[in-house]
Design a protein around this ligand. Structure first.
Ligand code: SF4
Length: 132
């Protein structure tokens, strides 16, 4: 019998749940320990196709900071997280960047883009170097 214990991450309560594959129920899984329906939906999704929103940073040149924070615009399959990090770690962008700018289009053919979560101006020292 397929069975998994997990903590629901949908809200800060963090219910300890148990999800058991069970052909008797309509959804095919029996969820216990959840305090609300959202936990049940999360538990079943974790069994069928676990996904995560991935947040990270990419290298940025001529910016005020050396790294630009980014996030996937939606959840991607959990099994692709390591490969996605390899792709993100190879990316280098150039300042200035506006928040929401697509940094990686269609990450690993998931249909999900990686976008900047903040704007980053050009470092004024870079601008002054060009003038002089
Ligand atoms: S089951 Fe409901 S109450 Fe419990 S952590 Fe999940 S969302 Fe929160």
């Amino acid at each position: 019998m397929e069975k998994k214990e997990m903590i629901c991450i949908v809200c800060p309560v963090g219910c300890h749940m148990e999800v058991v594959k069970n052909g008797k129920t309509e959804e095919g899984y029996e969820v216990s320990g959840n305090q609300c329906l959202r936990g049940k939906v999360y538990g079943i999704k974790e069994m069928r196709n676990p996904t995560r929103v991935l947040t990270s940073t990419v290298k940025i040149t001529e910016g005020k900071l050396p790294r630009l924070p980014v996030t996937t615009k939606g959840a991607i399959p959990k099994e692709l997280i390591m490969e996605a990090m390899k792709v993100i770690n190879q990316v280098e962008v150039k300042a200035p960047v506006k928040v929401g700018k697509v940094i990686i289009k269609n990450l690993l053919d998931t249909g999900v883009d990686v976008v900047a979560t903040r704007s980053m101006d050009k470092d004024s020292r870079c601008q002054s170097q060009k003038v002089s």
